[in-house]
Design a protein. Structure first.
Lengths: 549, 129
């Protein structure tokens, strides 16, 4: 409308001409007709001519006007087509570029407000360049906003769902932990009744499996797998901890393990990741095959290898598994896990991402799958772990005593050591001395102990401090036994006799010899010296025989 | 073989056990509970003596038993030092026995100690002194 005056301006002379020519021609023709017709007919002809001319002029004038309108409309149509095309391309851009960008930026954790602000700015700039109306831009912004709201709402929903997950998992974990502790107490209490104990072990195992499931849920919910370990734990214990959380732990064969410890914060994740890998390995290999578990030191840390003899993974399956690991490292969508979730790899991937484990799956030499998990160097400590694994710190009893000695250091437990006895002897000898007046036979008993313990002084000490009940009793009755003729030694000879059957029965023999010499020979005062001499001799032969072994 | 944790262990002795180990007992015994087998003959006061020191490649618990039993120790004592239930220990000892790494000996039978009358006589004699 605005451009009406300008654009048809060029065509106006032509239309005026077109409007004039037919009217003029009609007028001329009418004039000619008036001139040629007889004079008495001229008047009507003139009238007809005038009317015809007028009619032609009106019709052509109307035609010309319409033609102009049509041209204008065409013009408008073209411009509107252009606008439409621009709007269309803008809409396409919205759907193909802006919305994905929006989702991606939200996915990276940007704040919805920031995203909306920058996207809106981008939108208006584009609209101005393209000459679009503000209404159109506003509409697009509204689309973005509602999209954003939807995404945020969805995200919130998922967050709260995950929180609920984690919350439940935490509760289960707490119960399981409690249960495990109680089971352990029960196991201690009923340790002497194998039937009950066996049942308790089975319960314990089941509880551990539940615990692992709860840990998996917690990990998928983005939380830590479970309890925290305040101190480093030996790798061996970590591996067995992982074994204790799978069903078929009996099929896992634990091979050489390097003597390192895992720092506290990484213990639980490592146990859990390994448990999942072990579970995978045992689950997807025939029940009669073994799964091999080893840990070796490598340049970048410790490589834990899990090898099974199951069905080998096809290249495609392997790729899929590795892709799953990778995906999991970027974050897990709980909705993606599907109806029968294979949580294992997802959990491993998640843990690997958080704790920088490197996980790879390859075809094993046994035909199955070989999973390698590399624990980075900074999660490893070479210092002997303070955490006491079962049995590892089991020398605690003797050790307590050993620290009471003044010269404990060289007294190692090495059986074939020649040097320690010299250091040990002075230590063990003075100890009984103060007790001698009260219990005269103690030295003799020392000798007995010494024969076995020439390089385990603590035990000697222990008998002096009277830690175990049983020994105390022996000592108390011993004074009476000594005057009694061979009554006391005889039963002793009788009882151990069947035991030293095949193997080098060095120690039992020495034990007896020392015992008897102690009984029969020395006076009470000279007992320590004489006894130690005997024991020394015995020890020497003991050592030599041990060396020959 | 694990290095023996000397100094550190002493300070740990009073720590709660559950805080210390992620592994459960059934893994240590391989799922056995000591119902049958050679270990059945063991009782609390059976004395255990190892024939050699621990060997490389042994399970840590086995190694510890070998180390501790360098001198004869009763099963009960072993159980206390290692803080393992008796059943676990009997399973472990059963393994070692069947590989003849250790020898089990019956304890000194208490009945064969000097008879009570004699002891009482001595006590009376001492009291009269």
């Amino acid at each position: 409308m605005v451009r009406e005056g300008s654009s048809p301006g060029g065509s106006r002379p032509a239309s005026v001409l077109a409007w004039f020519v037919p009217a003029a021609v009609t007028a001329v023709v009418a004039g000619v007709a008036t001139a040629t017709v007889p004079s008495q007919a001229s008047t009507p002809v003139v009238w007809i001519g005038v009317v015809a001319t007028a009619a032609v002029a009106v019709v052509t004038g109307e035609l010309a006007r319409r033609g102009r309108v049509i041209a204008e409309l065409r013009e408008q149509d073209v411009t509107q087509q252009e606008v439409l095309a621009r709007q269309e391309s803008e809409s396409v851009r919205l759907s193909t570029e802006l919305l994905p960008e929006l989702v991606a930026r939200l996915g990276h954790g940007e704040f919805p407000e920031d995203v909306l602000a920058s996207m809106g700015e981008q939108l208006t700039r584009h609209a101005q360049e393209a000459g679009l109306t503000p209404e159109f831009t506003a509409a697009h912004e509204a689309v973005l906003r509602s999209m954003l709201d939807a995404v945020v709402a969805e995200e919130d929903l998922r967050d709260s769902a995950q929180r609920a997950f984690v919350n439940i998992a935490r509760r289960v974990q707490a119960i399981v932990h409690q249960q495990a502790q109680e089971l352990r107490e029960m196991e201690d209490r009923h340790g002497h009744t194998p039937d009950v104990f066996g049942d308790l072990l089975r319960l314990d195992h089941g509880t551990a499996l539940i615990g692992r499931l709860a840990d998996s849920i917690a990990v998928l919910g983005g939380a830590r797998p479970g309890r925290q370990w305040s101190r480093a734990v030996p790798l061996f214990s970590v591996l067995r901890g992982a074994m204790s959380r799978i069903i078929d732990y009996q099929r896992v064969e634990l091979h050489s393990v390097s003597e390192v410890a895992v720092v506290g914060p990484a213990v639980e994740p490592l146990i859990h990741a390994l448990a999942e890998l072990l579970d995978n390995a045992t689950r997807y290999s025939p029940p009669q095959t073994r799964v091999h578990l080893t840990a070796v030191e490598v340049q970048s840390g410790i490589a834990v290898e899990i090898e099974d003899g199951g069905v080998s993974m096809s290249e495609e399956a392997r790729k899929r598994a590795e892709r799953m690991l990778e995906q999991a490292q970027q974050g897990i969508d709980v909705n993606d896990l599907g109806e029968t979730p294979r949580l294992g790899l997802a959990v491993v991937g998640r843990l690997a991402q958080v704790y920088n484990f490197q996980v790879s799956l390859r075809t094993s030499a046994y035909g199955g799958v070989r999973a390698v998990l590399i624990v980075p160097q900074d999660l490893i400590t070479t210092a002997p772990a303070t955490g006491r694994a079962h049995g590892i710190g089991a020398s605690s009893g003797p050790l307590t005593a050993r620290t009471e000695h003044t010269t404990p250091a060289p007294a190692t437990a090495g059986p074939a050591q020649a040097a320690p006895p010299a250091a040990v002897r002075p230590v063990s000898a003075p100890v009984p001395a103060p007790a001698a007046p009260a219990a005269p036979v103690i030295p003799r008993e020392e000798d007995i102990r010494d024969d076995f313990m020439d390089d385990l002084p603590p035990v000697t000490e222990r008998s002096a401090t009277g830690l175990p009940q049983r020994r105390r009793k022996t000592r108390a009755t011993a004074p009476v036994a000594s005057p009694a003729p061979p009554a006391a030694p005889a039963p002793v000879t009788a009882s151990p006799a069947p035991a030293p059957d095949d193997a080098p029965p060095v120690q039992p023999g020495m034990w007896l010899a020392a015992f008897q010499s102690g009984l029969s020979g020395e006076s009470q005062t000279s007992a320590p010296a004489g006894a130690s001499g005997v024991a020394g001799a015995a020890r020497e032969s003991d050592e030599s025989s041990e060396k020959s072994e | 073989m694990r290095p023996t944790e000397r100094g550190t262990d002493v300070s740990d002795a009073d720590q709660g056990w559950e805080d210390e180990s992620p592994e459960r007992l059934y893994v240590i015994t391989g799922g056995r509970s000591g119902v049958s087998g050679k270990s059945a003959s063991l009782d609390l006061v059976t004395l255990i003596v190892s024939k050699t020191g621990p060997r490389p490649g042994m399970q840590p618990e086995h190694a510890t038993i070998m180390r501790l039993c360098h001198s004869p120790l009763s099963v009960a004592e072993l159980s206390a030092y290692m803080r393992l239930p008796i059943s676990v220990l009997t399973v472990l000892l059963g393994d070692l026995l069947s590989d003849s790494h250790v020898i089990a000996r019956a304890p000194v039978p208490p009945a064969q100690l000097p008879d009570r009358a004699l002891i009482e006589a001595v006590i009376h004699g001492l009291q009269k002194l």
